[in-house]
Every structure is written in structure tokens, then in C-alpha cells.
Design a protein around this ligand. Structure first.
Ligand code: HEC
Ligand code: HEC
Length: 388
């Protein structure tokens, strides 16, 4: 297997009196050309859902909603299903997700803006794409995507299957506007025909198959092992007093769960929040009086899942808040009186002030951090196959 070696000259830095200059060059291995895959395909269907999910679904088998293409919606209307996840399909999707060849100039993969260690966000308020130009919005974490009704900050796509080729084509992100060209390009990459054959039975490479494989991979990324998940069956005896206080505030006084609800802490997985049907699960939370970016319209943005939220800073569609404390201070005292402000934030025609004390703000932050799933961000099934 060929590998690219980059010589990083460290001489300037390390050439001190006690180092011999000849020995100060280090060799760094950069991404190999071909993915390194395990001999035995990994089991993407081996997922243990916590009891948080068991009780939330009208369907008695929530796993089928993640892995067999059934997607959940809050309106009860039929929508195009996601593909069924197979181990070979998700494996191909993993390779595609991490492959820079999906971009026009081979400079960026999906993972360039979606880092596993950051819950698949990237820590930036806008991200450089294939030509270094910045995305107008902050990258999003990828979390139980099969449960998302609306994809992207403005919920413009209905489900994972519909959105996967979108970033590839997007001129800022990856620049591959001509998908026929992408098909031809991948045919010429030696490892793809075999991977497509394993995933789909024949080696043909089509945009539909590319899309399906990436969608399978995204749907297989299930997070269900946070401290919160572990606590569900223990009556949260694993929580600290501060975390319990935060949970109580989240559900009651601060009313966060009225939007970030259900097992996925988002609007999309419960029929209870049907008030958001007409806005595709978006709401205006009073960030601004004048919006540069209108989102779904009138400053309404997707009500995102809060799973792994401790990993995905900075926050909001434009990454304006650096940490969770700033987010909570917004809800506590800084909601702006926009004409489309969600009614939940109005009292007598004016934005509410929650009146949270510092200890309550700390408690909410502590509770939000219980939603982090450390096993998810280390799971080899979702890791970079091009990393040597
Ligand atoms: C240059 C950075 C960049 C690249 C490359 C990129 N993304 Fe994204 N991704 C973003 C941004 C920014 C958003 C939010 C965009 C918006 O709301 O308009 C996003 C949103 C998403 C979402 C929506 C999550 C949700 O909950 O709604 C998914 C899923 C996703 N990207 C997957 C991918 C896949 C798959 C690829 C590769 C085919 C990819 N991304 C490539 C930056 C990027
Ligand atoms: C009316 C519905 C609603 C309520 C109530 C609500 N949120 Fe949100 N939340 C949203 C929307 C919509 C966004 C995205 C806004 C944007 O980016 O412009 C959001 C974003 C967030 C984010 C950032 C997510 C990210 O990925 O960047 C956090 C954290 C958050 N909310 C926590 C809370 C907490 C804590 C409460 C309770 C104090 C709460 N929310 C109450 C709708 C709501």
C-alpha cells in the first residue's frame, strides 16, 4: 500500500546548541491512499438502545426506526424512508464519509467538518470548505440522524437519505456539482468497485448508491450510552445533586424539554410537539431582532438534539455562543422580542426572564453534560479508516 510521507522540517525550531541539526527532522505519516478495513466487517447493527428510547416510541421496536429505514415524524404523515442499514453498506458509507476524493479538488471529506471526537461537529462557527471559503453556518453534530425529521439548521431536507449528496454538491463545502462526474471519478478509484459490490451485490457506482451508503452510515451512528442513558434504569441514582437539580430545571422551571424533548432531546421524535409541524420543527428563540440569516424563515431554526451537546461548541446556527453557560444566559435573560418569537417565551407580550440563579445555571450545564456519550466518540465503527 502506498503512503504519503511528508517531511516536516523542524530544524528551525529544534536547532539548539544541544541538538545536532541533522537529527532534528521528523517524519510524519499523512493519510494513506486506501482505507484500512478490518478483515471481518464490523457489526453496525449491534446497537443497544437505552431504556430512554424504549418508552418514547409508539413502535415497540425503536431499533427498526434507526436501522431499518423507518423514520419518525411528528406529523404522522408518510415520508420517504431511509435505507436499511447493512454492515457492508455502512462500511462503504464510512469510507465515503472519510474520503477526500469526494470533493472536487481532493482536499476535504465530510469528516473535514464533522470530527468524531467533537460529536461530529468541528468546533468552529463557520468551516472552510474545499477552496477555503467559509460556510455561512456552523457545522452540526451528527447524532441519531435517523430520528431527525428536518436536516440542516433550516430543516430544509426531510431525512438523511434526502440530504446526503447535498454537501457533496454544495459549492462551498465540497464543490462536486456534477454527480455524474463523481460517479466516474469513484469508478477509477481502485478500492471502490469491490466495496460497492459488497454493499449492493454488483460493482456499479451510481449516485443513488453513494447516497444510500452514506445515509446508512449516518443512520448507524447511534448514541445511546450517555450518563443520562445509564441513569434511566437507575432512577438517576448515578447523578450528582447538581445534575439532578439541572434535570429538574430542564423539565420544569426552565421548560427546555418542551422543545428539546423525548429520548433524542429534540423536537423530531415525539408526536407531542405537533405545534412545530408547520415550521418543520423549527422555532425562533429570540437571538436577534434583525436576522442576517432567516433560517427556515423569520429567524426560525431547527430545534436540535442536545445529545453530545457538551462536545459540539460553539453553539447555535452561527456558533455565536462559545459555551453552554452563555447559551443558558441567553434563555435566562437575553431573549429578544422578535415578532416571530416562540410563544413559549412570552409573558404578557414580552420575552420571559427565567430568573435563574448562578447555581441553577451551573446545574443546567451539569445536566446537559450528562448527555455526552464517550463510547460513541471512540467507537471504531465511526472512525477514520484512512488513519494509519
Ligand atoms: C466545509 C464543511 C462541511 C463539509 C465538508 C460537510 N459538512 Fe455537513 N454540515 C456542515 C455545515 C456548515 C452544516 C449546517 C449547514 C446548514 O444548516 O445549512 C452541516 C450539516 C450536516 C448535517 C445535518 C445534521 C442535522 O442534524 O441536521 C449532516 C447529517 C451532515 N452535515 C453530513 C455531512 C456529510 C455526509 C458530508 C459529506 C458528504 C458533509 N456533511 C460535509 C459543514 C460541512
Ligand atoms: C421554543 C423552543 C425552545 C426552547 C423552549 C428551548 N430551546 Fe434550545 N434551541 C431551540 C432552537 C430553535 C435552537 C437553535 C437556534 C439557532 O441556532 O438559531 C436551540 C438551540 C439550543 C442549543 C444549542 C444547540 C447547538 O447545537 O448549537 C442549546 C445548548 C439549547 N438550545 C439548550 C436549551 C436549554 C438549556 C433550554 C432551556 C433553558 C432550551 N434550549 C429551550 C429551541 C428551543
Amino acid at each position: 500500500m502506498r503512503r504519503l510521507y511528508y517531511i516536516i522540517p523542524l530544524s528551525l525550531l529544534l536547532c539548539t546548541s544541544f541538538f545536532s541539526c541533522e537529527k532534528t527532522e521528523s517524519v510524519k505519516v499523512i493519510t494513506p491512499d486506501s482505507p484500512i478495513l478490518p478483515a471481518q466487517v464490523m457489526d453496525y447493527r449491534d446497537i443497544k438502545l437505552s431504556q430512554a428510547f424504549g418508552s418514547q416510541f409508539n413502535n415497540s421496536n425503536p431499533l427498526s426506526q434507526f436501522l431499518d429505514g423507518e423514520s419518525i415524524n411528528f406529523s404522522g404523515s408518510a415520508k420517504a424512508p431511509n435505507p436499511k442499514v447493512t454492515n457492508e453498506g455502512a462500511t462503504l458509507g464510512r469510507v465515503l464519509f472519510y474520503d477526500k476524493k469526494l470533493s472536487l479538488n481532493n482536499s476535504i471529506s465530510c469528516a473535514g467538518c464533522h470530527h468524531q471526537s467533537k460529536g461530529f461537529a468541528d468546533g468552529l462557527s463557520s468551516s472552510p470548505g474545499f477552496e477555503g471559503r467559509l460556510t455561512p453556518r456552523s457545522s452540526m453534530g451528527i447524532v441519531n440522524a435517523a430520528l431527525n425529521n428536518g436536516m440542516f439548521w433550516d430543516s430544509r431536507e426531510d431525512n438523511v437519505n434526502a440530504m446526503t449528496l447535498n454537501p457533496v454538491q454544495n459549492h462551498i463545502e465540497m464543490g462536486m456539482e456534477d454527480l455524474d462526474f463523481l460517479e466516474k471519478k469513484l469508478v477509477s478509484v481502485d478500492y471502490y468497485p469491490e466495496l460497492f459490490k459488497k454493499a449492493f451485490g454488483t460493482s456499479g457506482i451510481t449516485k443513488e448508491r453513494i447516497s444510500s451508503a452514506i445515509a446508512q452510515f449516518l443512520c448507524s451512528m447511534v448514541t445511546s450510552n450517555s450518563k443520562y442513558d445509564q441513569g434511566v434504569s437507575l432512577n438517576f441514582s448515578n447523578f450528582t445533586a447538581l445534575e439532578k437539580m439541572g434535570q429538574d430545571l430542564f423539565l420544569n422551571k426552565a421548560n427546555c424539554a418542551s422543545c428539546h424533548g423525548g429520548a433524542n432531546f429534540s423536537v423530531a421524535n415525539s408526536n407531542m410537539f405537533s405545534g412545530y409541524e408547520s415550521t418543520k420543527g423549527t422555532a425562533n428563540i429570540g437571538l436577534d431582532i434583525v436576522y442576517k440569516d432567516q433560517g427556515f424563515g423569520q429567524g426560525q431554526f431547527k430545534i436540535p438534539s442536545l445529545r453530545n451537546i457538551g462536545l459540539t461548541a460553539p453553539y447555535m446556527h452561527d456558533g455565536r455562543f462559545a459555551n453552554l453557560e452563555q447559551v443558558i444566559k441567553h434563555y435566562n435573560e437575553d431573549i429578544k422580542p422578535h415578532k416571530s418569537l416562540d410563544r413559549k417565551f412570552l409573558r404578557n407580550g414580552a420575552p420571559i426572564k427565567l430568573g435563574l440563579k448562578q447555581i441553577e445555571i451551573d446545574a443546567l450545564v451539569a445536566f446537559l453534560n450528562t448527555l455526552t456519550d464517550e463510547t460513541f466518540v471512540k467507537d471504531p465503527r465511526y472512525s477514520d479508516p484512512f488513519k494509519p
